[in-house]
Design a protein around this ligand. Sequence first.
Ligand code: FMN
Length: 234
Amino acid sequence: MSTNQSPINFYDEGERLPDILPDSPFPIFKQWFDQAMSEKLAPNCNSMILATIHSDGYADARTLLCKSIDVDAGSIMFYTNYNGMKGQQLADNPNASGTIHWDNYERQVRIRGTVIKATDAQSDAYFASRAIESRLGSWISDQSQPIESRDALLEKVVEVIDKLGIDAADLMNNKEITIPRPPHWGGYHLHAHTLELWSAGTGRIHDRARWTRDLNINGDQATVGQWSSTRLQP
Ligand SMILES: Cc1cc2nc3c(=O)[nH]c(=O)nc-3n(C[C@H](O)[C@H](O)[C@H](O)COP(=O)(O)O)c2cc1C
């Protein structure tokens, strides 16, 4: 029986990936990302689950924000503390995966690949664009380290303001304050060797396609091959 003669119409709703899959999945990924970011149907519509590998061999996953997509390079960017748990895990093993789920659009993107640290200039530029509280927070938090109490954490705010020589009156008067980027904070590019696009379909007959390519990382350079693609059963 051909799909046209199917007694159930699995094509009456939902979205389909193109019948002929494009050479690269990144333009569709970027289009989905841009739509979510512009329509803002949910807070944190750029949140992504990043999974890394701990030295004990177990995967470790947490939410963070995917800040940009480079369609040409086939990579995405996120920012974090290089000394925190995920930073240590990525220093030991730079292979990682990211998953973005847009519930409002019934779409999912899965990326597997390898991270490269952003350049100082890239991290400086993004750091400078952050709200003052977030810039201070990057200095205050020894990410993933224990602390005895919330009060002890808040005491560090005062210490950091003092250490950075910030005038408390300037802070209270919302004056523009220059804060240097902490050396332990910055970006990563996650370069993809595999990317899967998923779009919900009627009766859980979802549309899935996976692209793969060779990826070689040498220092801070990524060399990639051509994408090849395949449709997957849901
Ligand atoms: C919506 C959301 C967004 C987040 N964004 C970031 C982020 O961009 N960078 C970051 O380091 N942590 C972010 N976090 C906190 C992380 O989930 C995590 O607690 C933190 O990075 C420490 O993880 P680690 O101990 O595995 O290094 C976010 C959490 C949530 C819930």
